[in-house]
Design a protein around this ligand. Structure first.
Ligand code: FNR
Length: 373
């Protein structure tokens, strides 16, 4: 990625200097239907837009004369040291973006020293992803109607050596993603859900007009009516650190902490589920106030730079998940593209820490924020 060919003056040949540059590269590479699948949100994309707007409104008050020359960027998440307070968000079907798919992104995350969260809807078997990286892999669980299958997935994740479990709770059904509905989005034949015994037919064509193939598959396979008792069942079944992803209401964060989870992820699924949900940066301070002394609080949805990571920390998060930018970088340059994007994020975070007078991410959590610019 980014090696400017001699004599070339094309925009696309300049090395990316921001994560947004990877979006331009990806958009130029991907078929429009796949671009829309990753880029889009649900409904009229109010929540998708709100995520960015809310982060942009967070001003962070820099401290001066703190004597910091080169801040550290490393952080402890779930009791484990990592290079950045960041993990790669769980995202489905990564072979859609690049033939190397999940193994490439997991390897890049491992090399950059951050956890990779492997989706239930991975297009590569769990074992192959774990084998591709030295770094920690966390397993993301979507609760399936077939509880035997849930137990089987958990067993495979444990046996393969996953370092944590993240259960996603904001997909009782798939949000109506109008770009995918209009475009009749379905998976190409070479991309499958490698860890689920579902027939390809479910994903390759919709059968129902007005519903994307992926939404139809979700409805057929996912358990729609989970309760806190199911979360307690999961807590009983694993000794791995347990994260719940898709929390917005602080009352739900309290209930999750009561069940004994180790972390909550304040997330609206990148604006892909309930269109009308608040931005995550809006809800984060309330969740931190409610449970921040009991569990770790992560944030995702809209993080696009080291400055955004700093904003999340200053609002009280212990770390963030990075979603779409990792898919852009994977599409643009496979494993090395993804590594370049994470290295860039590290540079940006170090810069943001230096400019706000912080010696490390923990100090950033003591910065003041103002909303409104
Ligand atoms: C996702 N997300 C997601 N979440 C999850 O728990 N399991 C999954 O399989 C997926 N799949 C998925 C696919 C694609 C293409 C996207 C864009 C997102 C949601 C993801 O983990 C994360 O919450 C958001 O992507 C964060 O928002 P940003 O960073 O993309 O704005």
């Amino acid at each position: 990625v980014g090696s400017a060919a001699a004599g070339s003056t094309g925009e696309a040949d300049r090395p990316p200097v921001s994560l947004a540059d990877f979006a331009d590269l990806a958009r130029a590479t991907l078929p429009p239907g796949i671009w829309d699948f990753i880029d889009g949100g649900s409904g009229v994309e109010t929540t998708l837009t709100a995520n960015r707007a809310a982060l942009d409104r967070v001003a962070v008050l820099p401290r001066v004369l703190t004597g910091v020359e080169r801040p550290r960027t490393d952080a402890v998440l779930l009791g484990r040291e990592q290079a950045l307070p960041v993990a790669v968000a769980p995202m489905a079907y990564q072979r859609l973006l690049h033939p190397d798919g999940e193994p490439a992104l997991a390897a890049a995350a491992g090399a950059a020293g951050v956890p990779y969260v492997l989706s239930t809807l991975s297009s590569t078997p769990i074992d192959e992803v774990i084998a591709a990286t030295d770094g920690p892999v966390w397993f993301q669980l979507y609760w399936l109607r077939d509880r035997g299958l849930v137990a089987d997935l958990l067993d495979r994740a444990h046996t393969a050596g996953c370092a944590a479990l993240m259960v996603t709770v904001d997909v009782p059904v798939l949000g109506r993603r109008l770009r995918d509905v209009r475009g009749g989005f379905a998976l190409p034949p070479e991309v499958t859900t490698a860890n689920l015994p579902t027939g390809r037919d479910d994903l390759a064509h919709t059968g129902t007009p007005g519903v994307s193939a992926i939404a139809a598959h979700t409805e057929a396979v996912f358990a729609p009516a989970l309760t806190w008792a199911d979360l307690a069942w999961l807590r009983e079944r694993t000794r791995l650190p347990l994260l719940v992803k898709g929390i917005l209401d602080p009352r739900d964060a309290v209930r999750a902490a009561d069940v004994g989870v180790d972390a909550v992820v304040v997330s609206n699924h990148g604006g892909r589920q309930f269109d009308g949900a608040p931005a995550t940066a809006t809800m984060l301070p309330e969740v931190v106030a409610a449970v921040g002394d009991r569990v770790e609080v992560l944030l995702d949805s809209g993080v696009r730079s080291g400055t955004d990571v700093l904003r999340a920390l200053a609002l009280g998060a212990t770390g963030v998940l990075l979603g779409r930018p990792m898919l852009w970088a994977l599409a643009a340059g496979g494993r090395s593209g993804a590594r370049a994007a994470l290295d860039l994020l590290a540079v940006e975070l170090r810069d943001a820490l230096t400019l706000t007078g912080c010696a490390d991410p923990a100090q950033a959590r003591r910065l003041r924020t103002l909303t409104g610019g």
